[in-house]
Design a protein around this ligand. Structure first.
Ligand code: ADP
Ligand code: ZN
Length: 706
């Protein structure tokens, strides 16, 4: 099929102008009847890869997915685009399931979503269907190598044997090679074409902050994002609950979500989040997997994740619509210790510890974070991303040799028997009970670092650990030990480069932010968002199913006021234009109208002020000075006020004779509405102010005659 035709279909059915990377080639491959393996990051746009072929091919496309909640979402989305689709899974009664199976036969649907466990229901009708394409979503579930192994997936291999000439498309966001090979083998794919899309999600900003005052930082963060949905991942169930409570107390709509809650509560929270009725979910990693919410605007990691795979998948849930989204990871020393303990006690401890170490290296990075992430997934990137905290604020290095010597000799004096906090207290010469109990105040080097703050010492020590000069003995009360490299610093004059500790200055510009917040509240986007919310409630679907945030932003820019213009909005195809076009166009027109009313009111009040001052006897110059406006502006105010019927003596500004001359000019001039032609006409001998007042006089007179 020709590229133009594919593009036309993409626009007509889904409202998109362009394909995302690899979508078009994957679709072309499927249409040529080839088995295909598509590897794309979360949010990369996998669905279009089978939904578009489903519309083009003659029969029905079977989509196998393990995520029951997601099926309803995808089917709802298809329906709003006017595409006939249904799903069959255990959330329905057997009558309901039968109803859809019967309807499949009468060939009403272009796509059917089905859970692998329910696939056997289709056995009886298989022979009566024309199956164009079999799409297997989350295909890594077939592999026990992968992280979400689903036993029912291992039976899927029979599909290819049963429908040897039907192309099979396997989709996954898991990139590792072993899983890939497993998928191909177990699904019996016939020399599949494999497409690996870059894992880069450039719209996600990356940031790591020290976990000091995490809750306060989070509250500030969320308060600056009213109405923006976000997820906070926490390590423990208890933290999710405590955090949700603290946020709620601060007036933020937040809920906890974890495996310990009953199904009803969890389902309710998930629904509220999806439907924009709950802004923030504090969750353990169990959350987010089965949802397709495209307008998650930010993801925070309250704790350090166990590994980069998990971290990347979790931040990937933000910004699926392609608009900018923020991610923040809080790094805490205590988390590292705890995770290290878990990892070393669990299965496969070597691998888990190594993975945790990579995670920690990422958090401690002093060069572009995106490069580190992508290199983890086997992609080589040469350019810095410009959208991570390191790129935005490159760390500054300084000669930290003396600091390092102080710290390392303190550790020596304490006989490598104390944890980090005690070392810092010792360096700073703290007079606390523990120090006195141990008589540490009598040791040499006690208090040699009193000039450096507690926070900074912590950061420097962590840097020294990361640089390998000392290490944490996790199984011995986390005491800090010296490594053999410490000698080089203490006795062989090795230089140590440290980075300056930067504390995040939050709310640097509070007033500006306040202004921006109010502006955001009164924006067209907000108006459209509310409309979307109402329609979504009526139709009982999530808001982003009606339109993505990206579509609303595009409307805000284009301000379409006709069907034709509306069709140019990203995400608006034929069906959505028909269904929602009128409502949104009306809202935009209404918004524009209100805005001009507000502007007019503002204008009127500025005129009124000028008039009041003038009537109180102030000169133009004085009024201009007081109001911090230009004299010409005041003249234009007065001229307008005069035209509008306010009475004051104009002769002080322009004489009768001058008015007569202006009248003559008016008749002769080709363009009598602008000031400049008059100015030229009088060869620069009549001032602009006089011309303005003269014209005001004539206009008012003209009006009264009319
Ligand atoms: P994945 O399954 O890979 O995580 P989805 O198929 O859910 O990704 O797509 C993510 C988001 O991107 C959805 O909101 C979808 O509508 C949008 N999208 C997909 N393809 C395009 C495209 N070509 N142009 C614009 N948006 C797209
Ligand atoms: Zn970067």
């Amino acid at each position: 099929m020709k590229s133009e035709l594919l593009h036309a279909k993409l626009k007509e059915s889904f409202g998109f102008e362009k394909f995302r990377p690899n979508q078009e080639t994957i679709i072309t491959t499927i249409l040529s009847g080839q088995d295909t393996l598509a590897i794309m990051p979360t949010g990369g746009g996998k669905s279009i890869c089978f939904q578009l072929p489903a519309l083009i091919l003659p029969g029905i496309t079977i989509v196998i997915s393990p995520l029951i909640a997601l099926m309803k979402d995808q089917v709802d989305s298809l329906k709003t685009n006017g595409i006939a689709a249904c799903y069959i899974n255990s959330s329905q009664s057997s009558d309901e399931q039968q109803f859809y199976i019967d309807n499949l036969k009468s060939n009403n649907f272009k796509l059917v979503y089905i859970a692998p466990e329910s696939l056997s229901y289709l056995d009886n009708v298989f022979n009566e269907l024309t199956i164009s394409l079999i799409a297997i979503d989350e295909a890594h579930c077939i592999s026990s190598w992968g992280h979400d192994f689903r036993p029912a997936y291992t039976n899927l291999g029979y599909l290819k044997n049963r429908f040897p000439s039907t192309p099979v498309l396997a989709l996954t966001a898991t990139a590792d090679k072993a899983t890939r090979v497993d998928i191909t083998k177990q699904l019996n794919l016939k020399s599949p074409k494999t497409f690996v899309t870059s894992f880069d999600r450039a719209n996600l900003s990356l940031e790591v902050r020290p976990a000091l005052d995490r809750v306060k930082q989070i509250i500030d963060f969320v308060e600056n994002k009213p109405n923006e949905s976000g997820i906070i991942y926490c390590l423990s169930r208890k933290t999710t609950e405590e955090l949700a409570e603290k946020l709620s107390k601060n007036g933020i709509s937040a809920k906890a979500y974890h495996a310990g809650l009953d199904n009803t509560t969890r389902a309710k929270t998930q629904d509220q989040f999806i439907n924009d009725d709950c802004q923030v979910v504090c969750a353990t990693i169990a959350f987010g997997m089965g949802i397709d919410k495209s307008n998650v605007r930010w993801v925070i990691h309250y704790n350090l994740p166990k590994n980069i795979e998990g971290y990347y998948q979790e931040i990937g849930r933000a910004g699926r619509d392609g608009l900018p989204a923020e991610t923040v990871l809080f790094e805490s020393y205590a988390d590292v210790i705890q995770l290290q303990k878990f990892a070393s006690e669990g299965l496969n401890s070597d691998v888990q510890l190594a993975k945790l170490d990579r995670m920690k290296q990422y958090a401690d990075a002093v060069s572009c974070r995106r490069k580190i992430l992508l290199s983890y997934f086997g992609e080589l990137v040469t350019e810095n991303c410009g959208n991570c905290d390191i790129c935005k604020n490159p760390p500054t290095f300084f000669d930290g040799t003396i600091l390092a010597q102080k710290a390392l000799s303190a550790i020596t004096r304490l006989q490598e028997s104390e944890p980090l906090a005690v070392i810092v207290d010792f360096l700073r010469g703290s007079k606390n009970a523990y120090i006195y109990e141990k008589n540490y105040q009598t040791l040499k080097t006690y208090g040699i670092g009193a000039d450096i703050s507690w926070y900074d010492w912590n950061q420097y020590l962590i840097q020294l650990i990361n640089l390998g000069y000392c290490e944490i003995a996790f199984h011995q009360h986390n005491k800090i030990l010296l490594t053999s490299f410490a000698k080089k610093v203490l006795f062989e004059g090795e230089k140590v480069k440290l980075t300056t500790v930067v504390k995040k200055v939050i709310d640097k510009n509070e007033i500006k932010q306040e202004k921006a917040k109010t502006a955001a509240k009164n924006s067209l986007f907000e108006t459209l968002r509310k409309l979307r919310y109402e329609i979504a409630k009526e139709e009982e679907v999530p808001a982003y199913v009606i339109f993505s945030d990206a579509s609303l932003r595009h409307m805000e820019i284009l301000r379409p006021m006709s069907d034709e213009d509306f069709l140019a909005v990203e995400g608006v195809g034929k069906a959505k234009l028909e269904k929602y076009g009128a409502d949104f166009i009306n809202a935009i027109i209404e918004f524009q109208r209100n805005k001009s009313v507000v502007k007019k009111e503002k204008k009127e009040s500025t005129y009124a002020k000028t008039l009041e001052l003038f009537q109180n006897g102030h000169s133009i110059e004085e009024i201009a000075g007081q109001r911090n406006l230009g004299e010409t502006t005041i003249v234009s105010h007065l001229a307008k006020l005069y035209v509008d019927g306010n009475d004051f003596d104009l002769s002080q500004f322009v004489s009768d004779g001058e008015i007569n001359e202006i009248r003559k000019a008016q008749v002769e001039l080709e363009n009598p509405n602008a000031l400049r032609p008059y100015y030229d006409y009088f060869e620069e001998k009549m001032s602009y102010d006089k011309i303005r007042f003269g014209l005001a006089f004539l206009e008012r007179k003209h009006q009264t005659i009319k």
